[in-house]
Ligand binder design. Structure first.
Ligand code: TRP
Length: 323
């Protein structure tokens, strides 16, 4: 999955996607941090695919199971001759469940920042679903974009799976929901996958697996700085840490400096104390109620919600009744 949260992240003095500027800025803050959107270079995207298949990483599997089991309900929510607009479509794996479910769907608009990947995926989907109009939009889904003219009169359904909404700060999640409401318009439905608060151990293991894939994914950010910005991070000098912050109801991912060290990036020296961390990502968890409240406060009315038997994950159908 390609994720691009640039439009809603805390603004920095950096121009769009200036990796070096973002790195130097983030590493100069009192709590060092790096924007999580830089995880997804080719290596990172491959590692992310592996994460979704880990035994400990329950969200992907659970969400796909849910999409299958609530197919009939979902079909009813989506209605006939609708267009599905996916925010950050990546490889559209989960969408295939929805596309297969809603046989009467008129069009699919995958929105993704990676134009080349998008065209490739669109071509595959056209072969698989010859009756469906596949109309990709290459855009940062957190910023305003236009829907293709061909879908203007169709009933609209937004799709935002993967609990990607959890990677936003709550105020950013609210801003994103409002933004999606503006793009989809009044009367639209929004299908959003949201990971739920649960046993801390289960949560933590999902982000700190026994094979160390998530650790590799996190550390790849430093490897990428070395590759692309001529950094000299010693990858053995940092370790992956993920824990559940129960006050803020989020998993936090950090890279911990194992010792006192100095790193150079583009000629700039960055000092680390022993145990000092770089905060790389949050994954907020919600209850059915707390997500419903967030949606309501952002112009959406919760219409239906589905969860698995263990209440690990949820899929919300929201309706846009605002202007
Ligand atoms: N949004 C998902 C989650 O927070 C997927 C994800 C994003 C993820 N970044 C991650 C999973 C880093 C593991 C590690 O779970």
């Amino acid at each position: 999955m390609t994720m691009e949260l640039a439009g809603l992240e805390t603004p920095t003095p950096c121009a769009d996607d200036d990796f070096l500027c973002e790195v130097l800025h983030g590493l100069s803050l009192p709590q060092k941090s790096l924007p999580s959107r830089f995880f997804y270079d080719a290596v990172g995207s491959g590692l992310f695919e592996q994460i979704t298949e880990l035994p400990e990483y329950y969200p992907t599997r659970t969400e796909i199971g849910l999409l299958r089991s609530c197919a009939t309900d979902l079909r009813r929510s989506i209605g006939a001759s609708a267009v599905v607009v996916e925010f950050g479509s990546g490889s559209s794996t989960k969408t295939r469940k929805v596309l297969s479910t809603a046989a009467s769907l008129a069009a699919y608009v995958p929105v993704d920042i990676s134009a080349q990947f998008l065209q490739q995926q669109a071509a595959e989907l056209r072969c698989e679903y010859p009756k469906l109009a596949v109309l990709p939009v290459a855009a940062d889904f957190t910023r305003p974009f236009e829907l293709p003219d061909a879908v203007r009169i169709m009933p609209r359904v937004g799709f935002f799976p993967g609990s990607t909404i959890g990677n936003f700060e709550p105020h950013e999640a609210a801003a994103f929901l409002r933004h999606a409401g503006r793009i989809l318009g009044r009367g639209a439905t929004f299908i959003v996958g949201v990971d739920l608060i649960k046993d801390t151990q289960v949560l933590q293991k999902a982000y700190c697996d026994s094979q160390g894939v998530t650790a590799k994914f996190n550390l790849n950010l430093l490897a990428r700085i070395n590759r692309e910005l001529g950094g000299d991070f010693d990858l053995d000098g940092f370790s992956h840490k993920a824990f559940y912050n129960s006050v803020r109801q989020r998993i936090e991912m950090h890279l911990v400096s194992k010792r006192r060290q100095k790193v150079r990036v583009a000629g700039r020296a960055i000092e680390f104390r022993t145990g000092e961390t770089i905060h790389t990502e949050n994954s907020y968890k919600y209850t059915l109620e707390s997500f419903g409240a967030l949606a309501r406060g952002s112009g959406w009315t919760p219409a239906a919600v589905w969860t698995d038997a263990d209440a690990n994950f949820s899929i919300h159908a929201l309706v846009n009744e605002s202007a």
